[in-house]
Design a protein around this ligand. Sequence first.
Ligand code: HEM
Length: 145
Amino acid sequence: MADTADHDHVIDTGKGSFDLSELGHLMPGMAEIMPLVGARIWKCYYAGQAHNQALARFQLKEARGLMEKGAFLRPKYNENMDKFIDEEVAVVAKCIESEDWDAFDTAFHAMVDAANAYHDVYDKSFLKWKIPDQPPPDLDMTPRR
Ligand code: HEM
């Protein structure tokens, strides 16, 4: 295989160009991905409060996808991210599937506490995520039958 030094591709953005080998640096890291996770998790919570199974399921799945993407791009988080998804996130998912909304509330708070404990692990204890007091203003939480 040709070595990347003599085999690169130029990516034209329309406004400028860069080499394909530089693409990795432009991929989002946790600082870009985590706020998106927060937005999904917020929606998931209020969907659960509204007993909207389809929406809660969807938002949790999207949050999980973002977290997996974060760990894929930043492998140092892999192990703990897998653990978080297999443990705390899985319990929330189960409550959504069984539509046990009381258990959902408890599991959800446990998931948020665990997330913040992981922030501590990575020396980010100043990042304490909390469920916003109000539902997200941009999405109707009412279940559609
Ligand atoms: C319910 C799940 C989670 C939520 C809602 C959440 C939320 C957030 C938010 C909103 C931020 C960005 C804060 C800001 O910059 O304003 C953040 C940062 C961060 N989170 Fe999470 N998080 C979750 C789970 C996790 C897990 C499981 C890990 C690691 C295994 C993790 C690792 C990090 C790290 C390392 C940062 C700092 C990124 C940086 O360098 O800026 N988070 N989180």
